[in-house]
Design a protein around this ligand. Structure first.
Ligand code: C2O
Ligand code: CU
Length: 488
């Protein structure tokens, strides 16, 4: 920024009022006023090779039908390069971290021929997708674990636009923590399309020792289980501090997925407002401008980044510590995640982003049954810490019940010292909170010492489903429950 736009507050006000108006108001005095962009962003493309360091692997589609995506997927240990000259032996889908990006349109069929080449059994859960129960990847409930050397055939239709992801559901803290996750993007051609170019950003971290080898999954012992294991290096699309190219005024739509086993992200781009469009399950009812966006484990964020600043300057996307209880931010610095290089091209005028994005009617909760779900961490008579739901670890818990077609209100309480990201399989929900912009979700943060209510409508996919904390160390330590959705 230069001239009278120097102050960030002023800049933010200008941004909210529209960039063109800002530049007009910010004209002389001062010799350094930037030229006023006149060309609209719609007429220009992103800088050449803009996302070249962030490219995700794609699956090889074996099916000629454009509405069927059919491919082979395997899980195997492979060497992956996380920075120039720095490789780790990770757990991968098809040899890459993240695994291949599944990109589909609403109504498409996805067929995955999966083979497990890991030394351990595994399953795949399609996080957020409303798949049939048998495809949900919940071991013991919907399928047997897939043993080393064995295969499983996943097949489902994707009916809802949004940003989703896939990951193992067996020993998930270890398996996800070592690199097993991939992105799924489902697009609806009917959605408004003025948001700029899509970029899928899978955020994760890895625990590596000084020699660069992956630490054992249970590093830190019980403390690791209790606090949740945050890795020592941050990865964006499997790379440490990759570089993205951007042009002033040319919007980019970022689809962010938090695939870390425990880390909360507060994403901040100094000097920029981000326009949030939605999150887990497609667009929210309205867009909103934010200085930072919190994305908890398992959750997604969908927003527009409109680059500002001087060409030639690198901006840095930051990870900002998030208080998630018990001193989790104490003495922790911000960390850089992504370099954004503002290229030396003339600035362009961003397109306005619509305020109203999608009609979302509130779920009708009149007469809805209520369930109480308390996230618990208790000490048993032997002094051992037991994480669970309503006091019971998952292996002792009785399932909750619902009926196909029923609407329920779930009151989720958290009197523990930690915040917990709550995730429900199989069904979308709405958070009952008038202060929030209406949107569909499958994962929501329940802060320490709080309670929130969600409304869930159980559509016609009966079976045994799961819900749990998405700090995977907590889930594997027992903070996971079961839900039987029955047919009349
Ligand atoms: Cu993302 Cu039960 O999981
Ligand atoms: Cu938790």
């Amino acid at each position: 920024m230069s001239g009278c736009c120097l102050s960030f507050r002023r800049f933010a006000a200008c941004f909210a009022a529209g960039f063109a108006g800002c530049l007009a108001a910010c004209s002389p005095p001062g010799p350094a006023a930037p030229p006023v962009p006149t060309e609209p962003a719609a007429g220009v493309t992103q800088p050449e090779g803009w996302d070249g360091e962030l490219t995700l692997a794609l699956p090889v589609d074996l099916n000629p039908d454009p509405h069927i995506l059919e491919f082979e997927l395997d899980a195997r240990v492979a060497e992956v390069e996380i920075a120039p000259g720095q490789s780790v032996s990770a757990w991968t889908y098809n040899g890459s971290v993240p695994g291949p990006l599944i990109r589909a349109q609403v109504g498409d069929r996805v067929i995955v021929h999966f083979t497990n080449h890991l030394p351990e059994a595994t399953t795949i859960h399609w996080h957020g997708l409303r798949v049939p129960n048998a495809m949900d990847g919940a071991p013991g409930h919907t399928q047997e674990p897939i043993a080393p050397g064995a295969s499983f055939h996943y097949e489902f239709t994707v009916d809802d636009a949004g940003t989703y992801w896939y990951h193992p559901h067996l020993d998930s803290s270890a398996q996800v923590g070592w690199g097993l996750y991939g992105a799924i993007l489902v697009e609806d051609p009917a959605d408004p399309d003025a948001f700029g170019d899509d970029l899928v950003l899978v955020l994760s971290d890895l625990s590596v020792d000084e020699a660069g080898a992956l630490l054992p999954a249970d590093n830190g012992g019980e403390f690791g289980d209790l606090f949740g294991r945050e890795g020592s290096v941050l990865l964006v699309n499997g790379r440490i501090l990759p570089t993205l190219k951007a042009r002033v005024g040319k919007p980019q739509r970022w689809r962010v997925i938090n695939a870390a086993r425990a880390r909360y992200y507060n994403i901040r781009m100094p000097g920029h407002l981000l326009t949030r469009l939605g999150g887990d399950n497609g667009l929210a009812a309205r867009s909103e401008e934010l200085y930072s966006i919190v994305v908890v484990p398992g959750e997604r964020a969908d927003f527009v980044f409109t680059p500002q600043g001087e060409p030639g300057v690198a901006e840095i996307l930051q990870w900002v510590p998030v208080e998630r209880g018990f001193g989790t931010v104490f003495n922790r610095p911000r960390e850089p995640m992504l370099n954004v290089e503002i290229v030396d091209l003339p600035a362009v005028l961003p397109e306005p982003i619509p305020r109203e994005l999608r009609r979302i009617d509130p779920i009708d909760v009149s007469g809805a049954a209520e369930q109480r779900i308390e996230l618990t961490i208790v000490t048993d008579s032997d002094g051992a810490v037991v994480m669970g739901i309503n006091g019971d670890p998952s292996w002792e818990a009785e399932p909750l019940h619902a009926q196909v077609g029923e609407t329920q209100i779930w009151r989720i309480g958290n009197q523990t010292d930690f915040s917990h990201p709550f995730h429900l399989h199989g069904y979308f929900f709405q958070v009952l909170d008038d202060a929030r912009i209406p949107e569909w979700k499958d994962t929501v943060n329940v802060p320490t010492a709080s309670e929130l209510a969600i409304a869930v409508r159980f559509d016609d996919r009966p079976g045994m489903w799961m819900f749990h904390c998405h700090i995977l160390d907590h889930a594997e330590s027992g903070m996971m429950g079961h839900l039987m959705v029955g047919e009349h």
